[in-house]
Design a protein around this ligand. Structure first.
Ligand SMILES: [Zn+2]
Length: 481
């Protein structure tokens, strides 16, 4: 039975996977791989959010039925995750009848518990956001995210009594029983919670592509409610997860745009059913691409698979992680990838491995590789242990960029140590010292391979293989163009 349950959001399939989706998913994959390497039984859930008016409209634009359309998009997401070497446990789809059934049961239970009633509601609705906007949120009458005019919509909807959970949520978040990281995001949520909490509509009239509301086929369960419940329905659908009541999610990884849904609405739904809360909501910031907001109209949307094809999967994983701290906004671009490829990957890591292996061959030290490996297996040096612990702590605190920069310090120290020791001179007059220097670098490379494993699994394996075979091959060869 899994003892650590990690999730990404289910991604809304009204567009193809882009670098923003890749970012969240790669970070979740790093965490999952890290905890697995520690010997934990990890369940890593990702998937797609497939209902709602926006998806139905996207299907109509390409003259497909919603089901055809979401099938195609769901497989595009799977293909993208395969390309990025994402080792998820299950890929959940909200149009899966098993999930749909759990959602209906969940909403029925909310109703039975007295937290749902039907009301007439008028408001300004942004179709692109799939939600009502409050007058406070508008910027010169437009949706701040989509710059479109919301439409006045009046409908009868079911409402969830969110307001009844204000005090409880404040207390829970203040005590970090529901841990929201980074602290800036936690404080934002607390600030907004303290200004008051309004009940929210959890159904839509006239939305055909969705899950019918229990006992009221004219209403559809609001796509956001349907999507949030995926974390719970997975625990009913997949045997290796215990039920949510025994083991709720440990980590929801999300982007900051969906924090309110995850930190307020989702926990309130769980509290209403007396279910335990997820332990952590780890929130990342927004991307700009070359200093500008990513958008289709600007034509700067980065396709993760194209980048993987050009630079290799681990380059993209490395570049995403090291570009900026997980919790903050940051800039990304192909220029950044190129630069990191040439300097940190090829010239620093690739070069260290190459020169050590080439010297081992040249000075007939390959036969010592087995001995050095054996020594390494028998006794992880105290320095290595310290590095492993420090990098592990960074990963567990979502400081992925710092973990990588600590590892790259070790890489640079390796290149510097070689420059200082000048093995090419030792080879002439001091064989014992030469063995010592190269042996140290060999051990360092084994440590680096182990440290980068969750971040760059393929590179880690390639390093280990070369260190076994003593046959150097460039990890990051020159790229044309
Ligand atoms: Zn909008």
């Amino acid at each position: 039975m899994a003892n650590r349950y990690i999730t990404t959001p289910v991604y809304y399939v009204n567009a193809r996977p882009h670098i923003g989706h890749a970012y969240t998913t790669v970070m979740a994959d790093i965490l999952a791989r890290y905890f697995k390497a520690k010997g934990e039984d990890v369940f890593f859930l990702t998937g797609t959010d497939e209902h709602g008016a926006k998806n139905a409209q996207a299907a109509e634009r390409v003259k497909k039925t919603p089901k055809q359309y979401v099938n195609e998009l769901a497989s595009e997401f799977r293909i993208a995750w395969q390309g990025l070497n994402i080792d998820y446990s299950q890929f959940i789809r909200t149009s899966d009848p098993k999930h749909e059934k759990v959602v209906v049961d969940f909403v029925q239970k909310l109703k039975n518990a007295g937290f749902v009633d039907k009301r007439r509601y008028s408001g300004l609705y942004c179709i692109a956001c799939e939600r009502y906007l409050t007058p406070k949120e508008l910027e010169s009458g437009l949706c701040p995210d989509h710059k479109t005019k919301p439409v006045l919509q009046t409908e009868e909807n079911y409402f969830f009594a969110l307001s009844r959970f204000q005090e409880k949520l404040i207390r829970t978040i203040e005590r970090d029983e529901l841990l929201i990281t980074p602290a800036t995001r936690r404080n934002e949520v607390l600030g907004k919670l303290r200004t008051g909490l309004e009940d929210v509509s959890i159904s839509r009239a006239n939305v055909v592509w969705g899950i019918p509301f229990p006992n009221d086929p004219n209403q559809t369960i609001y796509v956001w409610v349907d999507a949030l419940i995926n974390y719970y329905s997975a625990t009913e659908m997949y045997d290796s997860l215990g039920g949510w009541a025994e083991h709720p999610a440990d980590i929801h990884l999300i982007g900051k745009d969906i924090l309110w849904f995850h930190a307020v609405i989702w926990p309130a739904m769980l509290l209403a059913l007396k279910l335990p809360l997820p332990k952590t909501i780890a929130t990342h910031g927004f991307f700009t691409i070359g200093g500008e907001k990513m958008s289709k109209t600007r034509g700067n949307v980065l396709d993760p698979l194209e980048l993987v094809e050009k630079y290799g999967v681990d380059t993209i994983r490395y570049a995403l992680v090291s570009a900026f701290p997980f919790g903050t906004d940051g800039d990304f671009s192909e220029e950044i990838i190129k630069q990191k490829y040439e300097s940190e990957l090829a010239n620093e890591l690739g070069n260290l491995l190459q020169r050590v292996l080439i010297m081992m061959k040249k000075y007939n030290l390959c036969s010592l590789a087995k001995k050095w490996q054996g020594a390494k297996r028998n006794k992880v040096s105290s320095r290595s242990r310290k590095e492993l612990l420090a990098v592990g702590e960074d990963i567990e605190k979502y400081r992925f960029d710092l973990a990588l920069s600590a590892i790259w310090d070790i890489v640079r120290q390796g290149n510097e140590a070689i420059e200082r020791a000048k093995p090419w001179e030792l080879a002439k007059n001091n064989k014992a010292k030469l063995e010592d220097v190269i042996g140290n670098e060999y051990e360092r490379l084994l440590l680096i391979a182990r440290l980068i494993k969750p971040f760059m699994p393929a590179t880690s394996s390639a390093m280990e293989e070369q260190l076994q075979s003593c046959v150097p091959e460039p990890l990051f060869p020159k790229i044309d163009g």
